[in-house]
Design a protein around this ligand. Structure first.
Ligand SMILES: Cc1cc2nc3c(=O)[nH]c(=O)nc-3n(C[C@H](O)[C@H](O)[C@H](O)COP(=O)(O)O)c2cc1C
Length: 176
């Protein structure tokens, strides 16, 4: 049976979705089965049918919103991980990858750190070992300002960004 990957993400203006699609392609090329779950504003984290524990790999992705991931996305995992026995929280053979897109208008790359760590901690509570964190710059409604940290933000993610996502995902799969 093929290894199974879950791509579990939120995206409101499409940046994180672009990254999710590259990740999906890389897993497909490596002959993994992919399930894709996109979480929107109507997602109820306490009542869902996502069987996180059935996957060999989980890629969790979110836009950075006020420094953190989309809250229901995290709670969707937490409501499961808090039912897992404490003893089973040691990381096993399963793997996880966190990805986030961000604007970084004030502090640059640093603005994605908290979201990536929170995503990572969420799936680590399911017993998955983290094999990568990918931060990708993303436009905010096509606005760009010369005095923002990344003046070309309105053109991102660009092809170079997506090529980097591809390379980092291939590295993460190679660890499995
Ligand atoms: C309400 C809101 C809050 C945001 N807060 C932050 C933030 O704190 N730090 C940051 O770097 N980017 C922030 N951003 C920018 C988004 O993270 C960025 O545009 C992201 O790529 C959007 O992803 P999406 O297109 O998948 O929805 C914010 C955007 C919005 C709309």
């Amino acid at each position: 049976m093929n290894c199974r990957n879950l791509i579990y993400y939120a995206s409101f203006t499409g940046n994180t979705e672009l990254v999710a699609k590259v990740i999906e392609e890389v897993f497909e090329e490596a002959d993994w089965e992919n399930d894709i779950v996109k979480v929107g504003r109507d997602f109820d984290p306490k009542h869902h049918e996502i069987d996180f524990l059935s996957y060999d790999f989980i890629c969790g992705g979110s836009p950075v919103l006020w420094h953190v991931p989309f809250d229901p996305l995290l709670w969707g995992i937490r409501t499961v991980s808090h039912r897992v026995e404490y003893g089973s929280m040691k990381t096993g053979p399963k793997r996880g990858l966190a990805f986030a897109t961000y604007g970084g208008a004030h502090f640059g790359e640093h603005e994605a750190d908290a979201a990536l760590i929170l995503l990572e901690l969420a799936y680590e509570h399911l017993g998955l070992k983290s094999v990568g964190k990918i931060a990708v710059l993303g436009k905010v409604s096509h606005r760009g300002m010369k005095d923002w940290y990344f003046p070309d933000m309105h053109t991102r993610p660009n092809q170079n960004d997506l090529d980097r996502v591809r390379a980092m995902t291939m590295e993460a799969i190679a660890v499995v």
